[in-house]
Write a protein that binds this ligand. Structure first.
Ligand code: WQD
Length: 337
């Protein structure tokens, strides 16, 4: 198949690129490098010894996007390109609505110009809002507690309506839980701009000495050790879920939302302990007040992914931490020269 990856140089995009190339697909990456590095693409080429097309461009440049799609003629688009920091979305909501919502409309118009009817969308479990029950299945009520989550919810509705109007169309909405870790080689990985918002990259930077200590955002939640519990999923398992979604999209029409998680929860202190075991380093931390908007527990019910995609996560928290540490220790400054 011919696969077009928007945001293919990013953290999850580059791991999916590697997986898709290893399945002998023809690939084109479209990325503006606003939150990624071209070095990631060079390293994927080294790892796979496979060539692929690359177009540097903005998701909002509809004519440039249409030209790239008409030239490449993809069978399916995997849409990673978008802003993804909850806190930043509260400060800059218009940037989030423009990039994530208008950007997706720009992509869909360009896809129609190129007669491409299949999309796999990088959605997020954040569309479940505050859990009304656990584990979270795909029928859980949807809501948003911040502009970032609102953009994911809006795009899901847009894709559902797009499929409703186009009998030949397919949209697979992959609701990620908490992606962490890196490719086993340690050659590609997560390289956040500035101070990491997320737990794993922050812990990793403390372990390698880039940060002094971790702030644990509250230990008074209704969880086994009082700290927040999340469903962490290895980024390689997540990449394999995308490859399975691409196959599914080639054989089905309509719109399907699918959780991508392990079904297992780990607390903040579980992650700290697992990372110390994987790295052999101490991760100092101090408990501070809760972070606004956080909830106690988020955990997936992963049955639908197994039933529909024939996919399930295989890697555990120790694998996630070991791979994250290998990437971080081999690349203390990420992709920066
Ligand atoms: C995990 C746990 C924190 C940092 C977010 C988005 C979600 C998705 C993944 C994009 C929580 C605690 C964290 C720190 C801490 N993003 N924590 N100290 O909030 O579950 O999900 O990222 O798709 O949409 O909402 O992930 O890694 O930020 O937090 O104690 O320095 O770690 O309170 O319990 P989160 P996270």
């Amino acid at each position: 198949m011919r696969v077009f990856l928007t945001g293919g140089a990013g953290y999850i995009g580059s791991h999916t690129l590697l997986e898709v190339l290893s399945e002998a697909h023809e690939v084109c990456v479209y990325d503006d490098y606003s939150n990624s590095s071209p070095h990631a693409l060079t390293r994927v080429e080294q790892l796979t010894n496979r060539k692929f097309d690359v177009v540097q461009g903005d998701i909002l440049d509809q004519s440039g996007l249409a030209a790239a799609l008409v030239t490449f003629k993809p069978d399916v688009v995997v849409h990673f390109a978008g802003k993804k920091a909850v806190g930043e979305s509260v400060e800059k909501p218009l940037m989030y609505y423009e990039n994530n919502v208008v950007g997706t409309l720009s992509l869909l118009r360009a896809m129609e110009a190129a007669d491409c009817n299949r999309i796999v969308f990088s959605s997020s479990a954040t569309v479940y809002g505050t859990p009304q029950y656990l584990p979270l299945d795909e029928n859980h009520p949807l809501s948003a507690t911040n502009p970032y989550g609102q953009t994911k919810l809006m795009v899901e509705h847009i894709l559902r309506d797009w499929c409703g109007a186009r009998p030949a169309a397919t949209a697979v909405l992959l609701r990620y839980f908490n992606p962490v870790g890196a490719h086993d080689s340690g050659i590609i990985g997560e390289d956040p701009n500035d101070i990491p918002n997320n737990l794993m990259p922050f812990v990793s930077q403390v372990a390698v000495g880039r940060r002094e200590k971790l702030q644990v955002f509250g230990n008074d939640y209704d969880t086994p050790d009082g700290t927040g519990v999340r469903d962490y999923i290895h980024v390689v398992d997540l990449a394999k879920a995308h490859a399975a979604a691409i196959s599914f999209a080639s054989a089905h029409t309509g719109c399907e939302a699918i959780n991508v998680g392990t079904g297992r929860g780990s607390s903040v202190l579980d992650v700290v302990r697992a990372f110390e075991a994987a790295s052999g380093r101490v991760v100092p931390y101090e408990v501070v007040q809760r972070r606004a908007g956080d909830v106690a527990t988020y955990c997936a019910l992963p049955e639908k992914a197994r039933n529909l995609l024939g996919w399930q996560a295989k890697r555990d928290l120790a694998d996630m931490c070991a791979s994250a540490w290998k990437w971080q220790s081999q690349n203390p400054d990420g992709y920066k020269d």
